[in-house]
Design a protein around this ligand. Structure first.
Ligand code: PLP
Length: 431
């Protein structure tokens, strides 16, 4: 039988670099042919060969209700009939802003944009504009979109700033970006001692989903907050992935449980808040947000920002996930997946660790959960690739790279989880 995914991939590579519009989709890390999606419904999608997969990517997080949730489809259909885009303000933008502020009281105001990259880049400009400072801290393994200043890896020491991780990013552009090790308190303290007064912000994924799933420890987060406050730098939470995904109130609400009163200064959102449409946001306290154009000197704009179809999709999604019990059920289902995988790996004698929060999970072919990027990268990559393809053959689609998180949706049933654990058990037995 002809593999129609392969046919499409061959054709795609003629006209799209690498055949994909975002690199990880190309399966470079795991090898093999990317699955071209024909359609999706609930917890499943079907590829070009009409093979069904249980989907644990959910568009890398946004599809928290599963695909084609009726209430969301209805809201989008209604919005489409009223026009695709106006370039003028709408009431729905206010409604979405109000909904976000209600979920995350750390924000008094929010600005809507179209992608997480754009939101992160704008938050960074705002932090620099509001503080009048240039330097920033980011952490190794955290991804904040592909803005130039954030495509950077650690330099040779704390006194030296970062090196670009992409061609086309001039070293001068990242010379103000200091890259530190995640969860390393002494290094954080040293960096603030050296550069504290020049720091505009510290940007962090509180639960880092771009190195699979690594929590910032509570003591580490506490120090991040204290040091930022002490030195007048802004604490920027990149919750593009964790926002309305790990909890209704996002990761900040999770940390506030251990650290009463805890709040970031700026929050960057995307993914879930758009429900699968291009929509993202950044927000914070009024005094900072009022630095933005047209009120203040920090320029930021977007032709499609606050798009009426995207805001309808986002609002309907937020409405559904705010219903009583939604997150409890989602968390329990995700936990059951993690528990099932752990038990299956233990039975097969495969070194394995896993963690989850809300509808987001991660697992490692390591005996213990790693605390930073270097540790994540010690995970057994050939074994991961075998696991990935073993699951794929059995109709289970997880992220095609060992440094990516996974996502469960409200549409995943107990049967889906059981089938996934069964498939994993079969593959574990061969590792
Ligand atoms: C996905 C992601 C981004 C980038 O969002 P895009 O919409 O892909 O530009 C930024 N930060 C984090 C934490 C992300 O997970």
């Amino acid at each position: 039988m002809t593999d129609l995914n392969q046919t499409l991939f061959d054709r795609a590579r003629q006209v799209i670099p690498g055949g994909v519009n975002s690199p990880v989709r190309a399966f470079r890390a795991v090898g093999g042919t990317p699955r071209f999606v024909k359609r999706a419904q609930g917890a499943y999608f079907w590829d070009a060969n009409d093979k069904r997969y249980i989907d644990y990517i959910g568009s890398w997080g946004p599809m928290i209700l599963g695909h084609g949730h009726p209430a969301v489809v209805e809201a989008v259909q209604k919005a489409v009939l009223e026009g695709f885009s106006y370039g003028a303000p709408t009431e729905r933008e206010i409604e979405l802003a109000e909904a976000l502020l209600k979920l995350m009281p750390s924000m008094d105001m929010v600005r809507l944009v179209s992608s997480g990259t754009e939101a992160g880049m704008s938050a960074l400009r705002l932090a620099r504009g509001a503080t009048g400072r240039s330097k920033i801290i980011k952490f190794e393994g955290c991804y904040h979109g592909h803005a130039d200043a954030l495509l950077v890896k650690a330099g040779s020491g704390l006194a030296t700033f970062g090196n670009p991780t992409s061609a086309g990013v001039p070293p001068e552009v990242v010379q103000h970006t200091l890259v530190l090790e995640f969860n390393n308190i002494p290094q954080l303290e040293e960096a603030f001692a050296l550069h504290g007064k020049e720091l505009a912000c510290l940007m962090i994924e509180p639960i880092a989903g771009n190195m699979n799933f690594v929590r910032a420890s509570v003591p580490f987060m506490k120090r991040c907050r204290e040091l930022c406050t002490e030195h007048g730098a802004l604490l920027v939470f990149d919750e593009v992935m964790t926002g309305c995904r790990v909890a209704l109130g996002s990761a900040q609400s999770v940390y506030a449980k251990s650290l009463p009163g805890f709040e970031p200064d700026l929050t960057v959102l995307g993914k879930v808040i758009g429900g699968g449409m291009p929509l993202a946001a950044f927000g914070g306290k009024r005094a900072v947000m009022e630095q933005l154009a047209p009120l203040g000197p920090v320029y930021q704009a977007g032709t499609l920002s606050g798009n009426p179809v995207a805001t309808a999709c986002g609002l309907a999604t937020l409405h559904e996930i705010s219903k009583p019990g939604f997150f409890d059920a989602l968390s329990a289902r995700t936990q059951s997946l993690v528990d099932g995988l752990k038990a299956a790996a233990a039975k097969a004698g495969v070194p394995f660790s896993a963690d989850c929060q809300g509808g987001m999970f991660g697992f490692f072919l390591l005996p213990e959960l790693p605390q930073n990027y270097a540790k994540v990268m010690t995970s057994d990559s050939p074994k991961f690739n075998e696991l990935f393809h073993g699951l794929l053959d059995r109709g289970v689609y997880i992220a095609p790279a060992l440094y990516e998180a996974g996502f469960v949706s409200g549409a995943h049933t107990a049967d889906d989880i059981a089938a996934t654990v069964q498939a994993a058990a079969e593959v574990f037995a061969t590792l």
